[in-house]
Design a binder for this molecule. Sequence first.
Ligand code: DO4
Ligand code: MG
Length: 277
Amino acid sequence: MKLYRTAKGNFIEQGGKYYQVPEANWDALVTHANLGEYLGSVVSAGKTTDFSGAEILAPVASQEVWAAGVTYYRSRSARMEESKSAGGGDFYDRVYSADRPELFFKGMASRVAAPGTAVRIRSDAKWNVPEPELTLLINSHGQIIGYTIGNDMSSRDIEGENPLYLPQAKVYDRSAALGPCVLIGTEPLPKTTPIKLEISRAGKVEFTGATTLAELKRDPKQLVEYLFRDNSFPQGALLMTGTGIVPPDSFTLAAGDKVRITIDPIGTLENEVIQGK
Ligand code: DO4
Ligand code: MG
């Protein structure tokens, strides 16, 4: 069952049919005592609707968006390389194998781009990449209630210059995209689940990459446990689980590029890239 947040309210898609959710408030859905059961009852009522033309919004309202880092070996190695001359490489190796994961605050809804809208490159950054990440939707009790797709846009030159610049490399207007929907479910996704990234420029594919959840070193539940340690999230939270796809060091995003991230059971998140205002 997929849940869409749209400008016309919330919709469920199941078996190719769409159902409008009576509860129009996204925060109320995320904090619902039993979301799966509630949405199931909407489907069982059998009142289908026309979904075409609904403007799809990012699946976030009052939730904080957080991100985990260096959860895939590929991310560890890329970060060690980019921060070598700044003497920061060792930190990435250490966090990859430490018990405590790297978790950082990515922003609120105001920083997040909806599907089909623009993500941004910082105006003062020269080396930029999208980061395709399985993203967890978590309720106020710290339970994973669904899965969406996240793009953790990153400025590699800024984070590589000094690891203390990480918040500037990661958090700025339109530095994240989420969507297009939430796959509702509390069970972990299979380890074989593929995550795919395609970047095209002027109609030509510039980069493709793929990984699977088998490469994710951390258990999503363990990431959530750390996030909720000494933090309360009365409206729930979203947590990006890290990237396992990093384009070669010679690659940087450019304005006009199209980023497509596909996680099969969820869908495809597509955004165009802009730089500056
Ligand atoms: O430590 C820097 C950020 C890492 C990150 O965002 C990732 O691995 O996805
Ligand atoms: Mg990331």
